[in-house]
Design a protein around this ligand. Structure first.
Ligand SMILES: [Zn+2]
Length: 262
């Protein structure tokens, strides 16, 4: 049991305010008063800082006030959370939750990992399963980075190549040519496979390299060091578009001349 020193008057007022129901699952039995901001975090024992929870919910309430308010009280179970975001696992649901709340995914994940509550533990267990199965949380570790303690950190051996790939492309090299050059130089790729134009393209089009993470259709500022600046990224996107148009025009010309000949 947690320490609870609400006065009997405060308890009565809180129960009345909550219509004598658990503010999370609406249960009417075993109601207890819970500190919204815990005593350890200097929460007061007044009505404003009091929520009514049933015994079960009280036992698993997270200590973090933000998670308590926005995750715990909003979703009565992990299943409800998954359903709400139409997510296939806890990781995906949590990412969508963070996007909705405009908060940092990695920081939230750390908070959940460090919270002693078993409700967030259910999410934590799901996340850790993902990490165990894939070796990391969420996405493939991008070239130029390592994944350390839930964060992307610069891999100083790989990172100069990112800059070079962007520069080579802006200097007029094609994606195929860049891949060919890297293979000739014997530069290993992330999975120790040969470089292909697709891998080069993925690097050139990934906003992650100027500090923004792509999740679905959203872009969120990441909590890690970018490897290139935004201007370089924007210039590369414009060049990709321009070269595509040139290729399309060229193909059109070939089609027209073939049509004339036939
Ligand atoms: Zn409850």
């Amino acid at each position: 049991m947690r320490e609870n020193d609400f006065s009997s008057v405060t308890k009565k007022q809180a129960l009345k305010r909550a219509n004598y129901r658990c503010e999370r699952c609406w249960s009417e039995i075993d109601l207890e008063c819970h500190h919204r901001l815990s005593l350890q975090l200097d929460g007061q024992s007044n009505l404003e800082n009091c929520i009514v929870l049933c015994h079960n919910c009280h036992n698993i309430a997270p200590q973090d006030p933000f998670l308590l308010q926005n995750l715990f009280l909003r979703f009565a179970s992990t299943k409800e959370l998954l359903n709400y975001y139409n997510a296939k696992n806890e990781e995906e649901a949590l990412k969508l939750f963070c996007l909705e709340m405009n908060i940092n995914f990695r920081e939230t994940l750390d908070k959940i990992r460090n919270d002693p509550s078993s409700h967030v533990c259910a999410i934590k267990d799901g996340m850790e399963k993902c990490v165990k199965e894939k070796g990391h949380a969420g996405f493939n570790i991008p070239y130029g980075y390592d994944y350390v303690n839930g964060k992307l950190v610069e891999n100083k051996t790989e990172s100069p190549l990112i800059k070079r790939i962007y520069e080579m492309y802006l200097a007029g090299q094609s994606m195929e040519k860049i891949a060919k050059l890297l293979n000739q130089e014997g530069v290993p790729s992330k999975q120790n496979k040969k470089w292909g134009s697709h891998t080069v393209q993925v690097i050139l089009k990934n906003p992650l390299y100027y500090g923004f993470l792509h999740w679905g259709k959203y872009l969120n500022k990441g909590d890690y060091p970018p490897l290139i600046d935004k201007n370089t990224f924007t210039a590369v996107q414009a060049t990709i578009k321009k070269r595509k148009t040139v290729v399309r025009r060229h193909l059109k010309k070939i089609n027209v001349s073939t049509a004339i000949k036939s």
